[in-house]
Design a protein. Structure first.
Length: 123
């Protein structure tokens, strides 16, 4: 009785190479997903927008959740003039704002009267 290999000799190397490639792709995909979507919560308080500075990545979608938590401010709107965004901020309701910043640099956000402001640091 002769023992025959289940796979020809060259196939073992091919399977090992394909397996290594697959594991590398899975690791890359996990690392990419770990960065995750850019979701940022911004609150409007008596002190203004909190946080006043937010870092985001250029060319990747951003979701801002803006919640006005006080009536003691003029920040009843959220405006990003550089992106053509203007949204009303009802009291104690999160407002979802989605967009993709394209260019690195500072992107200013402010109230409708342009008195209370913050910035997105697009990197």
């Amino acid at each position: 009785m002769h023992c025959r290999p289940i796979m020809p000799r060259g196939s073992v190397a091919l399977v090992a190479s394909v397996s290594a490639l697959f594991l590398a792709l899975v690791a890359w995909d996990c690392a990419h997903k770990a960065a995750g979507p850019q979701a940022v919560a911004i609150d409007v308080t008596e002190r203004g927008f909190m946080p006043t500075e937010v870092k985001v990545r250029a060319g990747e979608p951003v979701t801002l959740l803006v919640t006005r938590k006080t009536d003691a401010t003029c920040a009843k709107e959220f405006v990003i003039a550089g992106e053509g965004i203007r949204r009303s901020l009802p009291l104690n309701q999160a407002v979802r704002i989605e967009f993709t910043p394209r260019t690195p640099g500072d992107l200013r956000y402010a109230c409708g009267m342009d008195m209370v402001a913050g910035s997105l640091k697009v990197q």
